[in-house]
Design a protein around this ligand. Structure first.
Ligand SMILES: *[C@@H]1O[C@H](CO)[C@@H](O)[C@H](O)[C@H]1NC(C)=O
Length: 335
């Protein structure tokens, strides 16, 4: 384990260098998930990736695509979709879309992750607002810590909840029987998890798929989200090898944890298949999956490899451009 100080510095340190190969866990994990579940993970990862595309978060009435530059979402593009509401909302400028998918009979809510260096510095504020605030997200299940949640993620979810609830209700009215599914990568995954919680708390059965999602809080919110499945929808929190973001903010600094199961992609490089996904059944915190997987190159390797792993979920998940097509593109890094 790294020193407290090193971790604290790295928490605010961003680097985008390509990774060197990291260690392999070999055959330590073997349990695979069914192919149908794997296909769903793959499909939803592309919806999460599509939330980075400028066109999809500025595209009411249009079909989802990843034409905004750099992105690829073929599974989304072959489906019959309609963006009913795209949004950028609140002081946090939380971005995403609500879309109907007639092919897969879903109403999809997807949130954009962090876009560095573009015109949305509010994302950074959201990410580093790592104080915790007591909330009413957990209903009466707030026995341990008052349902404390990461302040930035809490604010983003609150900013988005009205527009999302309205759009989901309107879509359901014309698409009866469709499944409501919320997804996102990175920061978008954290906002997705809290949004699914709010929809479920309002009585809406909601499936949740997150990729490289950071910690939300400690025991109460983790236990509460865990307890909502399966009755109020499924929880599918996917992590990849030593992705650093699901380890943030660090467990050692404030007892941050997760809801489980964790669907852990246990290979660093190469094509990710159903056989590579380990189901980790923890409780608030365990090192069995991503949390205990570290780079063999020490703390610096951890950041470099860890950010590289963060971008790889069934393909490059965060490549679509958040900038308006046709405008001069500056350096853009989505994490
Ligand atoms: C897409 O959704 C909007 C808003 O609900 C609706 O007005 C429009 O007719 C839909 N387009 C298609 C092609 O279904």
């Amino acid at each position: 384990m790294w020193s407290f100080a090193a971790k604290y510095v790295l928490l605010f340190c961003i680097t985008t260098t390509n990774a060197a190969p990291a260690s392999s866990l070999g055959a330590l994990f073997s349990r695979a998930i069914p192919d149908a579940q794997f296909s769903k993970f793959s499909l939803m990862s592309q919806f999460a990736g599509a939330a980075y595309c400028f066109d999809n978060v500025n595209g009411n009435g249009k079909k989802l695509s990843c034409n905004s530059g750099g992105g690829a979402c073929p599974l989304v593009e072959i489906a019959t979709t309609n963006i009913t509401t795209s949004f950028e909302t609140g002081i946090s400028r939380t971005r995403g879309f609500v879309a109907t998918d007639d092919t897969n009979k879903m109403i999809v809510v997807a949130f954009q992750g962090t876009s560095l260096f573009d015109k949305n510095p509010e994302d950074i504020i959201t990410d580093i607002s790592i104080g915790r605030v007591k909330t009413n997200f957990c209903g009466t299940a707030n026995k341990n810590d008052g349902c404390e949640i990461h302040e930035g993620f809490r604010n983003a979810a609150i900013d988005a909840q009205d527009v999302v609830k309205r759009a989901v209700a309107a879509s359901l009215a014309t698409h009866r029987g469709y499944r409501v599914v919320v997804t996102g990568h990175s920061l978008g995954g954290a906002v997705a998890a809290l949004t699914a919680t709010l929809l479920r708390n309002a009585g809406q059965v909601t499936d949740l798929y997150t990729y490289g999602q950071p910690h939300l809080g400690t025991a109460d919110i983790s236990n509460f989200i865990q307890s909502q499945a399966p009755a109020l929808g499924s929880n599918n929190r996917v992590t990849h090898f030593n992705d650093i973001v699901p380890k943030l903010p660090f467990h050692e600094i404030g007892n941050w944890g997760h809801f489980y199961p964790e669907f852990f992609i246990n290979i660093d490089k190469g094509t990710q298949t159903a056989a590579n996904i380990q189901v980790v059944n923890g409780h608030v915190f365990t090192e069995a999956g991503n949390e205990g997987t570290e780079s063999k190159f020490g703390a610096i390797g951890e950041v470099i490899d860890g950010l590289s792993a963060h971008g790889e979920y069934f393909g490059a998940i965060s490549q679509c451009s958040t900038e308006q097509p046709g405008t001069k593109r500056g350096l853009e890094v989505n994490i």
